[in-house]
Design a protein around this ligand. Structure first.
Ligand code: SOE
Length: 376
């Protein structure tokens, strides 16, 4: 059974959701965004409704599912209203701008019958599920160390522009935008939960240049000579205590040459495993007492990984496929499907790590997470 779905926010990520939903045959019935000529033509050509605001979409009785693709500061208010209106909600990450916002949403979600998800896209790759299965089977032994990075260079120059750069002092940027993925990925594959965080942030450019004209996501735009202040971090180092395993993570949006370089390596007492988002169909295993191996996507993957591949071995699948896998597992759950996707609880735990990182940066000491993050 499919559920009629509205996308709120139709920028880069909203359009990506639209593509995934369309591919999955899930009926998108409407969109909420500023009514430009281009958007009006887009909805008219597809017979979609263009809502004047998000409140109108959420109060529409014909809508069953909301995809919230708005900027971070709007996640809480829209997600909460959707839950209160009894709509299933698939939210972009981070779930909120701080752990208070995410705790409130997680509490609301627990009291409601609606399904809730946060778009931690990297859970949607078959080799990530393979890594999780190998760890669960004990192939790597006891997990003792996790090393990871998420490095990008799209904000390397002070003339590079994104709405994310206007985040206020209370928000984080690189850590919330991409560090949150790394934290979620580590939790997902190892099953371990973060306990404390030691962090060091750096803002390379405290002042940047406004763009001269309209900006398109991920396109280099011309800069004006007008400057604006930047309050959030361009890069960060995080030491996270996952209880029986320690983790060392690097996060940067100004790392020259790195595009969407998400990497994780998990070290156990019997072996290690490495996965690299830009080579998503390979998983490298390392051993001391047998030859190292590279596992590639094929129908020999674990049964839990196979539903995440849709083409035969040697036919590469990537980011849009992973995102559509995550969206698919969420929509399947509306009819009883049980494949794991990130829920508001996972979004809240990621937010607690981010908040602890901010506090650690300020206090220059490790910060413990509250009990609720380590309980599950
Ligand atoms: C930009 O940094 C971005 O699109 C993130 O917002 C996404 O979450 C990540 O998957 C790719 O990079």
């Amino acid at each position: 059974m499919t559920h009629s779905t509205v996308i709120i926010g139709f920028g880069f990520i909203g359009k990506a959701h639209y593509d995934c939903l369309t591919r999955l045959g899930i009926p998108v019935t409407g969109i909420v965004d500023q009514p430009t000529e281009q958007l009006e033509a887009f909805v008219a050509a597809r017979g979609l409704r263009l809502y004047s605001d998000w409140q109108e979409a959420i109060s529409d009785p014909d809508v069953q599912v909301i995809h919230n693709c708005t900027p971070n500061a709007l996640h809480q208010v829209i997600n909460s209203a959707a839950i209160e209106a009894g709509k299933h909600i698939f939210s972009e990450k981070p779930l909120g701008i701080d752990a208070q916002e995410t705790a409130q949403q997680w509490r609301l979600a627990q009291r409601s019958a609606v399904k809730h998800a946060v778009n931690f896209t990297y859970r949607g790759y078959p080799l990530v599920h393979e890594l999780r299965a190998l760890i669960q089977q004990g192939t790597l032994g006891d997990i003792r160390f996790i090393k990871g990075h998420y490095l990008q260079d799209w904000l390397l120059f002070p003339t590079d522009y994104s709405w994310r750069l206007h985040a206020n002092r209370e928000e984080t940027r690189a850590v919330a935008d991409i560090g949150s993925h790394l934290v979620d990925l580590a939790r997902f594959v190892t099953g371990l939960n973060p306990r404390s965080v030691y962090a060091s942030f750096e803002t390379v450019y405290e002042e940047r240049y406004l763009p001269a004209g309209q900006v398109k996501a991920f396109e280099v735009s011309e800069a004006s000579s007008e400057t604006y202040p930047v309050f959030t971090e361009d890069q960060a180092s995080l030491l996270i205590d996952f209880g029986t395993a320690k983790a060392n993570f690097e996060v940067s949006q100004v790392a020259a040459g790195h595009k969407n370089d998400l990497f994780i390596e998990v070290f156990g007492t019997r072996g290690s495993a490495r996965w690299h988002q830009e080579r998503p169909e390979e998983l490298q295993l390392g051993f001391r007492d047998q030859p190292n191996q590279t596992i590639v996507k094929s129908n020999l993957l674990a049964p839990t990984a196979q539903p995440f591949m849709h083409y035969p071995a040697g036919h590469p699948e990537g980011y849009p496929d992973a995102m559509s896998n995550v969206i698919r597992t969420f929509h399947e759950s509306l009819s009883g499907g049980a494949s794991p996707f990130a829920t508001f609880e996972d979004g809240h735990i990621a937010a607690q790590v981010i908040e602890a990182a901010v506090q650690s940066q300020q206090s220059k000491a490790a910060v413990e997470l509250s009990e609720s993050a380590v309980a599950s």
